[in-house]
Design a protein around this ligand. Structure first.
Ligand code: COA
Ligand code: ADP
Length: 610
C-alpha cells in the first residue's frame, strides 16, 4: 500500500476531489476535517542534524520510528491496553524533509476489529520560515492488543465514525484488512504465475556482482529500543532494516540513494530487550533508474535458534543534483537464490506498477475498462469494492424523488452524476444478498438485463459476467423490440462483480460492479460495448428479517438518458425497476431446500459458492 499514492485506496473520495489536477508531490497539505476524535494523537518534531543523513535530509528510519510511535499511542489510547505493530502497508515517500523543518504526524484509529485495529497516519511537513505545509505521506498500520498472561485475546470496543472522512476510512478499512490478510498469498501466487524470460542484463559485461552489495549487521535490543512492555518497537526494527538496505543500495552505485517505497510488510513475531537482531540485505535487482533491495531480519537470544521476524522489499533511486533519477549499473545476481530473487524483483516491480495504477488512480480519470488479468485482478476487486464503499459513504446525497417509500437520491460530482435508489424490503439481508449477488438472477426482474452469462469465477468472492442490455432510446425507454425495429443494436458489458459479506455486525453486504476488459471477450460489431464505472448494491439488515437495499450507480453515458428523465421527474423507471426487484426478492425469500435440485436459484447460487 502506497502512502503517498494511497494504495489500497487510502485516497478517499474526498481526497480525490481535493487532489484533482494536483501533482501530489507538489500538493500543499490537505485541509483535514476539524473534529474531535478521541483516538487522535499528534506528534511534532523539529528535524535536527542527529535525525538526518549527510545530505541534511531526515532519515527515513527516524521518520518510521516517529510514525510507529505516534500510531502505537493512538492504538493504545483506543485499546486502553498495550499494543504491538502487526503490519505496515506500502509506503511511498514522495518528498524529502530537511534539517530545520518540522514534521507533523497525526494518527487515529480508523476501525477496530476484534483484537486488531487499523491506524491511519498522515505525515506533513512545515517550513517555519515560509509557513508552508505540505503532505509527505499517508500510512496505514495494523496494531494488535497483546494477549493476556493467560493467552486470551483482548477484544476492542468498536469505533464510531463521525465525519464523512471517518466513515469512508471506516468502511474501506474492512477491505484493506481483507487485502492484508491475503497479501502474502497474493504475492506468492503472482510470483509463481509470472513466466520469466531470459533477461539480457544477465549478459551485460560490466554488471556489478550482487554479492558486492551484501550487508550483514547485528543490533542488540536495549531498553531505549523497546516499549514499556519490553517488546522492540516496530519502528525501531523498520529503522534498522532501512539502515542496512541503504548501505546495500549505496554499494551498488557508490552514491547516497533515496528510499522511494517500502512494500507492505508484516511483523511475523515479537522480539524483546536482550534479543539480538540479525539484519541481512542485498540488492535483488537494478532496473534503469531504480533498484530493489531486500532485507531479512531475524532475532535470537543466547544459544536459541534464529526467529524470522520480518522481511521487506524497498525501492531506491539515486538522484543527480537536479533531482533526476540517475541511470544505475546493472546487477549480476548470485546463482540459485540470487537468481530467483532477481527474477522475483522483476515480478514485484510489475505488481507494484499494476497495483499503483489500479488502486491509486483517480476513478474519474482511469480508462474505465481496465484489462482484467491474473496479475491485477485482486487489485481490481479491491478497487471495485472500495469505490462503491466510498460512494456509499458520501454524506451529500440529495433526495430527488420518492414514491411509495422507494427513494431516489442523486449526487453530483465534478463530471459525474451518481444516483442511489433505496427502499426497505421484507427479505432477510443474507437472502437478498444471495439472490442479488448472482447477477444472472437479474434477468428475472430488470428489463435492462436481457441476458447475463457467467464468464468465470475469480477467487471466492469475485466473478466476471457478460451482460447484454437493450439499447436506450432518447426518451429513456429501453425496448429490445423497438430498438431492433429501428435498427438499433444491443449493448453488452463485461462486469466484475465483487461480493462481500459484512465484516462486523452493522456492516452491509456489498455487491460491487465495474467494467473490465477481457481479451477473450473483445467488443464485437453486433453490440455496443457499454461501460459501468461504479455500481452495485449495499444490503443492510434492519431487524425483523427486513433489509434496506440500496442500489448505486455512477452514471455512465449509457444509463444517463433514462435516469436523467427520472431525476427530472418525467418518468419513474427507477421505481418500477425497484418494485420488480423487491417483488422478485419477496417471492424467493425462503431459503431453498439444499437438495431441491429443481430450484434453479438454489443451484445457481450453490454453483457460484456464495
Ligand atoms: N496484518 C494485519 N493484521 C494481522 C496480521 C497482519 N499481517 N496478522 C494478524 N493480524 C490480526 C488478525 O487479523 C487478528 O485480528 P482480529 O483479532 O481483529 O481478528 C489479530 O491480528 C490476531 O491474530 P491471531 O491470528 O490471533 O494472532 P497471531 O498469532 O497471528 O499474532 C501478532 C499476530 C501480530 C500478534 C503476532 O504475529 C506478533 O506478535 N507479531 C509481532 C508483533 C511485534 O512485536 N511488533 C513489533 C515489532 S517487533
Ligand atoms: P526471499 O529470499 O524469498 O526474498 P527472505 O525473507 O529469505 O525472502 O529474504 C528477504 C530478502 O532479504 C531477500 O530477497 C534478500 O534481498 C535479503 N536476504 C535474505 N537473505 C540474505 C542474506 N543471507 N544476505 C543478504 N541478504 C539477504
Amino acid at each position: 500500500m502506497d502512502f503517498q499514492a494511497s494504495e489500497m485506496s487510502g485516497r478517499t473520495q474526498a481526497d480525490l476531489t481535493k487532489e484533482e489536477g494536483v501533482g501530489e508531490e507538489e500538493e500543499e497539505e490537505d485541509e483535514e476535517e476539524e473534529t474531535v476524535n478521541s483516538t487522535e494523537v499528534k506528534m511534532s518534531q523539529i528535524v535536527m542534524p542527529c535525525h538526518s543523513n549527510h545530505r541534511q535530509e531526515l532519515s527515513v528510519g527516524q521518520l518510521l520510528k516517529w510514525i510507529d510511535c505516534t500510531a502505537c499511542l493512538s492504538a493504545e489510547r483506543h485499546a486502553g491496553y498495550p499494543c504491538v505493530t502487526a503490519s505496515m502497508d506500502d509506503i511511498h515517500f514522495g518528498r524529502t524533509i530537511r534539517v530545520g523543518q518540522v514534521v507533523n504526524i497525526k494518527a487515529k484509529v480508523n476501525r477496530a476489529f476484534n483484537s486488531s485495529m487499523e491506524v491511519g497516519i498522515v505525515v506533513s511537513c512545515e517550513d517555519l520560515f515560509s509557513d508552508r505545509r505540505w503532505r509527505v505521506c499517508r500510512a496505514y498500520a495494523t496494531f494488535v492488543t497483546q494477549r493476556t498472561k493467560t493467552g486470551n485475546k483482548v477484544l476492542l470496543k468498536p469505533i464510531t465514525a463521525h465525519t464523512q472522512q471517518e466513515q469512508v476510512e471506516y468502511s474501506v478499512a474492512a477491505e484493506r484488512r481483507r487485502m492484508r490478510m491475503i497479501h502474502d498469498d497474493i504475492i506468492k501466487d503472482l510470483l509463481s504465475a509470472t513466466s520469466f524470460q531470459q533477461s539480457d542484463s544477465l549478459a551485460v559485461d560490466n554488471a556489478v556482482a550482487a554479492e558486492r552489495t551484501k550487508v550483514e549487521s547485528v543490533e542488540l535490543v536495549l531498553p531505549p529500543h523497546a516499549n514499556h512492555q519490553v517488546n522492540t518497537f516496530g519502528g525501531q526494527i523498520m529503522a534498522w532494516m532501512v539502515n542496512v538496505a541503504t548501505i546495500a543500495a549505496s554499494r551498488l552505485c557508490q552514491a547516497m540513494p533515496t528510499l522511494r517505497t517500502i512494500d507492505m510488510f508484516t511483523f511475523r513475531g515479537p522480539s524483546q530487550v536482550g534479543d539480538r537482531i540479525l539484519l541481512r540485505a542485498i540488492v535483488n535487482n537494478a532496473f534503469k533508474n531504480s533498484m530493489e533491495v531486500g532485507v531479512r531480519a531475524e532475532a535470537y537470544a543466547g544459544e536459541g535458534p534464529n526467529r524470522h521476524i520480518n522481511s521487506a522489499f524497498m525501492t531506491f533511486e539515486v538522484l543527480d543534483e537536479c533531482g533526476t533519477p540517475r541511470t544505475l549499473p546493472r546487477i549480476r545476481p548470485e546463482p540459485l537464490e540470487g537468481r530467483r530473487r532477481y527474477e522475483e524483483a522483476i515480478a514485484r516491480k510489475k505488481i507494484r506498477l499494476d497495483r499503483k495504477y489500479i488502486i491509486s488512480c483517480k476513478q474519474t480519470e482511469v480508462p474505465r475498462s481496465v484489462p482484467c488479468d491474473p496479475r491485477n485482478q485482486v487489485y481490481l476487486s479491491y478497487n471495485n469494492v472500495s469505490a462503491l464503499k466510498t460512494l456509499a459513504a458520501r454524506n451529500n446525497w440529495l433526495l430527488s424523488s420518492e414514491k411509495d417509500k422507494v427513494h431516489l437520491y442523486t449526487l453530483e460530482q465534478k463530471s459525474t452524476l451518481c444516483f442511489r435508489v433505496e427502499a426497505e424490503v421484507d427479505v432477510p439481508a443474507h437472502r437478498a444478498f444471495c439472490l442479488l449477488a448472482e447477477l444472472r438472477n437479474r434477468t428475472n426482474w430488470d428489463k435492462h438485463y436481457k441476458d447475463c452469462e457467467l464468464i468465470r469465477r475469480i477467487g471466492d468472492d469475485d466473478f466476471l459476467y457478460r451482460v447484454v442490455a437493450p439499447s436506450v432510446d432518447h426518451g429513456g425507454n429501453t425496448s429490445p423490440v423497438s430498438a431492433n425495429q429501428r435498427g438499433g443494436i444491443l449493448q453488452d458489458f463485461i462486469l466484475l462483480a465483487s461480493r462481500r459479506k459484512p465484516c462486523c455486525k452493522g456492516d452491509p453486504y456489498i455487491i460491487a460492479l465495474r467494467s473490465v476488459s477481457l481479451p477473450t471477450h473483445p467488443p464485437t460489431e453486433e453490440y455496443n460495448r457499454g461501460e459501468v464505472m461504479c455500481a452495485g448494491f449495499t444490503i443492510l439488515e434492519t431487524g425483523n428479517n427486513m433489509s434496506l437495499i440500496s442500489y448505486y450507480n455512477q452514471a455512465s453515458p449509457e444509463v444517463l438518458p433514462y435516469i436523467s428523465t427520472d431525476i427530472a421527474g418525467l418518468s419513474s423507471s427507477f421505481y418500477h425497476t425497484f418494485c420488480s426487484c423487491s417483488q422478485y426478492l419477496v417471492k424467493n425469500r425462503e431459503e431453498p431446500a439444499p437438495d431441491d435440485a429443481t430450484d434453479s436459484l438454489a443451484s445457481s447460487v450453490q454453483a457460484t459458492h456464495l
